[in-house]
Design a protein around this ligand. Structure first.
Ligand code: FAD
Length: 468
């Protein structure tokens, strides 16, 4: 391994803008945004074109220096943080931030384009890229693809995997895979594009992607609904889905989580007058003025669930400000939880029909095994994905997490696995869950992941120590 030779050759070929070696400029990118992982890297490689990425990967192969791709560094699992021993170099895609083309159907965006920028550019031409999430101001297209990101509109539009029609990437041998034509039919064997989506930078460096665009939202309405159980929530969702295809968001939270938000987030107000064991937020959108107004649609669809007591109470946003206030309650859950101290967070999925039972049973099992803890799930019920958080008993929370955190998370992951689910529904494996993935397998998945990695990246150049 010869990092100095790579840095010298890269500087000579690409100039100092592409090879940053000042420790002060590199430092902000060596730690993940939550401060959980710290890495080291003697240079920050910052190519401006796909050809430059290919040159850098070829040099990495020649000098046997591993690379850690990084986009907005908003990931949750330490995937973009280099190893602490300084054995790898950071490769930032942030200079590759051009939108190469934008037609009504497809945007071709470089890896470093920030999600919010794509939203704005699409909106300027009356179109929409529907995937959105809390980190939209920093997450990049390359990072979103590499983590197969989800977000709040998955119910209707799917994850990144279903929004990408083609990927351009530099593979671990330095060759350029060009899938940007986005062929609807292409049966030349394995899909390289799909292999790269969710690969967390372990199979190559995504340099650009062709992304599907949709009609812009004309107007929307949000309902806040109180109900008795996660099963009632799922029954409601199923009912709504048979009557309309205009439901985009369906988020669940327990009363205890809403209470936390109302207590700790200034300016928030309870949407309903009474208390209910569970709450759901439902968003409906319209893309043209010819469609029935979203408020009227939700009112109509909620009439019989209310009459039949499937729903205990409901209120529907009358204005866009009102809709935003409902979403603010949902989006403030992490902030409210942080205000009362650390929690163990699990980003899990199980088959959708099994989720209501899982939410109740898993919470009870965790609270039984760890007396005084509080376990609950909230989030994207319609996708079979919830954030399952375990809050320590109130005294000495850090001490409790140090003593019990690993065992409590292992129990959650065991319960998820027993229910046929995934220990990573959205955020990926990174370095955070690598050992848990290795522990829980299944062996067929581990065999395939390891075989693919070894075949495509035999020198271990791409993002070492992540995923597998
Ligand atoms: C407030 C907040 C809310 C969030 N909400 C959600 C959510 O709802 N759903 C969700 O899925 N995620 C969510 N996330 C997580 C995060 O935003 C996503 O994982 C996002 O996709 C990361 O993008 P990034 O550009 O920041 O990637 P980074 O954090 O820089 O990298 C993430 C991973 O991708 C790899 N990578 C980055 N760029 C490339 C590239 N060009 N080629 C190859 N590999 C690359 C990195 O090596 C790393 O393994 C949230 C994060 C925050 C801070």
């Amino acid at each position: 391994m010869n990092q100095a030779a790579l840095i010298a050759a890269a500087t000579a070929l690409l100039g100092p803008k592409a090879v940053i070696t000042d420790p002060a400029d590199i430092a902000p990118w060596l730690t993940d945004w939550r401060g959980r992982w710290n890495g080291a890297s003697s240079a920050l490689l910052a190519p401006a074109t796909t050809a430059e990425v290919a040159i850098l990967v070829a040099l990495a192969v020649q000098h046997r220096v591993p690379l850690v791709p990084q986009g907005g560094n908003s990931g949750m699992v330490g995937g973009a943080t280099p190893p602490a021993d300084g054995s790898a170099l950071l490769l930032s895609l942030r200079r590759m931030n051009a939108i190469r083309s934008l037609s009504p159907e497809i945007a071709v965006a470089e890896a470093g384009v920030i999600l919010e920028t794509l939203h704005e550019r699409a909106a300027n031409v009356g179109r929409r890229f529907p995937l959105t999430l809390g980190a939209r101001g920093s997450a990049t297209i390359g990072g979103l693809i590499s983590t197969n990101a989800g977000g709040t509109q998955v119910l209707r539009f799917g994850t990144m995997r279903s929004l990408v029609t083609g990927v351009e990437a530099v593979l671990p041998d330095g060759s350029i895979h060009d899938g940007l034509a986005g062929l609807k039919k292409d049966n030349r064997g394995y899909s390289i594009d799909q292999l790269l989506i969710g690969a967390e930078g372990t199979l190559g460096i995504v340099t650009a992607a062709a992304l599907r665009l949709f009609p812009a939202v004309h107007e929307r309405a949000v309902a806040w609904i109180g109900l008795a159980s996660p099963q009632a929530a799922l029954d409601l969702l199923r009912r709504l889905e048979t009557q309309t295809d205009r439901i985009e968001g369906f988020e669940i939270l327990p009363q205890s989580t809403l209470d936390l938000v109302l207590t700790h987030v200034p300016g928030t107000r309870a949407p309903l007058t009474g208390r209910h064991p569970w709450h759901v937020l439902v968003e409906a959108t319209a893309t043209s003025p010819e469609q029935e107004a979203s408020t009227a649609l939700l009112e109509r669809l909620l009439t019989s669930p209310l009459a039949e007591s499937l729903v205990e109470d409901a209120t529907i946003s009358a204005t866009e400000a009102h809709a935003r206030a409902f979403w603010h309650l949902r989006d403030s859950i992490s902030e409210a939880e942080r205000a009362i101290g650390p929690a163990l967070q699990h980003d899990i999925s199980v088959p959708i029909d099994a989720m209501p039972r899982f939410m109740i049973d898993a919470a009870a099992a965790v609270e039984r095994a760890f007396p005084g803890s509080h376990a609950s799930g909230f989030g994207h019920l319609g996708d079979g994905n919830v954030h399952f958080h375990v809050r320590p008993p109130s005294a000495d929370q850090h001490g409790w997490i140090a003593a019990n955190g690993r065992a409590a998370s292992a129990l959650v992951h065991d319960l998820v696995t027993a229910a046929g689910g995934s220990i990573s529904a959205e955020h990926g494996i990174g370095q955070m869950k690598r050992d848990e993935l290795a522990r829980l397998g299944p062996s067929s998945r581990l065999y395939a992941l390891r075989a693919i990695k070894a075949a495509l990246d035999p020198l271990g150049i791409m993002n070492p120590g992540k995923l597998i």
